[in-house]
Design a protein around this ligand. Sequence first.
Ligand code: NDP
Length: 325
Amino acid sequence: MKAILIEKPEEKQIVSLQDVPDAQLPEGDVLVDVAYSTMNYKDALAITGASPVVRRFPMVPGIDFSGTVAESSHPDFKPGDRVMLNGWGVGETHWGGLAERARVKGDWLIPLPAAIDPRQAAAIGTAGYTAMLCVMALERQGVTPDKGEIVVSGAAGGVGSVATALLAAGGYEVVAVTGRPAETEYLRGLGAASVIDRTELTGKTRALARERWASGIDVAGSTVLANMLSMIKYGGAVASCGLAAGMDLPASVAPFILRGVTLAGVDSVMCPKPDRLEAWSRLARDLDLGKLEEMITEVPFAEVIDTARQFLDGAVRGRIVVPIS
Ligand code: NDP
């Protein structure tokens, strides 16, 4: 099978597209013929080696894939079933989706919802499913469209694009934050009510600033999240899922203790299966597939390695889909 392989013979990792014998696939009770994989921020980190995402070598990256079951000894799956996978350490500690075949634990797989085809499932991928988890986390805190505007950082990226489209479809007034003003029309097309420049959230953080938004979804961390928290209205909530700006959080407790603001953490990798199934059934129901199409850039398998470098430079918009076979 063809696969992207990350090897680390010495200090520096080497990444190449090569033929790998199927016999080298890791243990697992389901073998999947991969139709599509994707590239998320984490995959770009893994392929470039910019961050220690890969924990075992050699590794096939790709935290998402969709495809068809080829062989199964798992009771829930049989050959021909259409499935997808997001996370569970796949592409980090277990060979992932950027290969023609993947052998995984059946417990990690999710049946493809009827309304979504394998290409759309990949396009949504971890980024889109995380966007849905963020929306669900905010709902648990009582956030509803009538409470007021919701701010979304990194809006032109993968999580941000899907979050913007989902929230707009759900009746929210979305304030999209971007570092790329050239993407304003794209963001309005996804349903953003307004688009603001990232610099409004990158200045020096104050403990409390003027109350601006009822709630927020943050993919950036660091000063972006700190500033966002300081500007959330009394009783509001923010879902934090990312670190595109940094892992630190130079904030104060003032928004929590003086405005009753809630910070909700979101993890997609080890997220329990019932929440995943709920997120995917909501995505199948609520995400406008026409808007999803606007987010997609297809990258040929042979160009994935080069694209990973551009990805980390913030040059990629929306979602990258990689047709495999
Ligand atoms: P993308 O690269 O597609 O999107 C990230 C976006 O963040 C960029 O497009 C850019 O948007 C914005 N951005 C980039 N650099 C900065 C910066 N320095 N300051 C502020 N904003 C910045 O990545 P994904 O959407 O795939 O992932 C987003 C984040 O969420 C990543 O950190 C990723 O690791 C994390 N993540 C976490 C998950 C979890 O389980 N918790 C799951 C999935 C993703 P713009 O140009 O519009 O400003």
